[in-house]
Design a protein around this ligand. Structure first.
Ligand SMILES: [Zn+2]
Length: 80
């Protein structure tokens, strides 16, 4: 182990395209405008190392609605 403040604590477990394929059937949908699928933005989310050290870290795929500028869902891949 090394102190890697520059790097995400947890690396993505695949590409965004792979994540979409894996989780799209989970019905990620914006509760406000009803956007789903390719209308939503997917990105890798990882909390900072401070959170992980206090066992409050989580990492996963964050789905956002660009129209509402709101988080729709976080598919947790790793939880400390
Ligand atoms: Zn929306």
């Amino acid at each position: 182990m090394h102190d890697g403040d520059d790097e995400p604590v947890v690396q993505p477990d695949g590409t965004i395209e792979q994540a979409k394929l894996r989780y799209q059937s989970s019905d990620a949908r914006c509760g406000d405008c009803g956007c789903s699928g390719d209308e939503l933005e997917w990105s890798w989310y990882c909390s900072d190392s401070t959170s992980w050290n206090s066992l409050a870290g989580r990492a996963g795929w964050l789905v956002r609605c660009p129209s509402c500028d709101a988080d729709v869902m976080l598919f947790c891949v790793v939880v400390s």
